[in-house]
Design a protein around this ligand. Structure first.
Ligand code: 5GP
Length: 127
């Protein structure tokens, strides 16, 4: 069921095709709720994308429509992956773009997990 004001889910978006194994990815982790793989154009030494298995456009419809188990499963997958990659001591950044102003390119919810060096200010145009 679409969320009012949000575009309906496009089942042919690139991450839907990765989930269906129609195109390859460099997988890092998978469980019943989440798939994690390396970003094709990394913006940091470690740049992983963590996505839900089910079809959500963004954080908005995910939190409106997903079950509590899916929401908890995806969040726990994020920190589990960070631990798998030994990022707890050095730290990391998690980011989710939603919609036009945030520059969301792929209309399947994804969390970016960045790490591997000092990540600088939170926003490129921060004062
Ligand atoms: P957004 O701007 O939507 O938050 O981020 C989309 C991300 O998906 C970008 O960082 C981009 O590099 C990544 N991306 C786009 N197409 C592919 C792909 O086919 N494979 C992988 N692994 N990442 C992709």
């Amino acid at each position: 069921m679409p969320v009012p004001g949000l575009a309906p889910y496009d089942p042919n978006n690139i991450f839907a095709r990765i989930l269906r194994a129609e195109i390859p990815c460099r997988k890092v982790f998978e469980n019943q709720h989440a798939l994690a793989f390396h970003d094709i154009n990394p913006q940091a030494p470690t740049h992983i994308l963590v996505i839900p298995k089910n079809p959500y456009v963004s954080i908005a419809d995910f939190t409106a429509l997903a079950s509590d188990a899916e929401i908890a499963g995806l969040l726990r997958a994020l920190t589990h992956i960070a631990r798998l990659l030994n990022l707890d001591t050095t730290g990391y950044r998690i980011l989710a773009n939603m919609g036009h102003h945030a520059g969301q390119e792929v209309p399947h919810l994804h969390f970016h997990l960045f790490a591997g060096h000092n990540l600088g200010p939170m926003l490129a145009n921060a004062g």
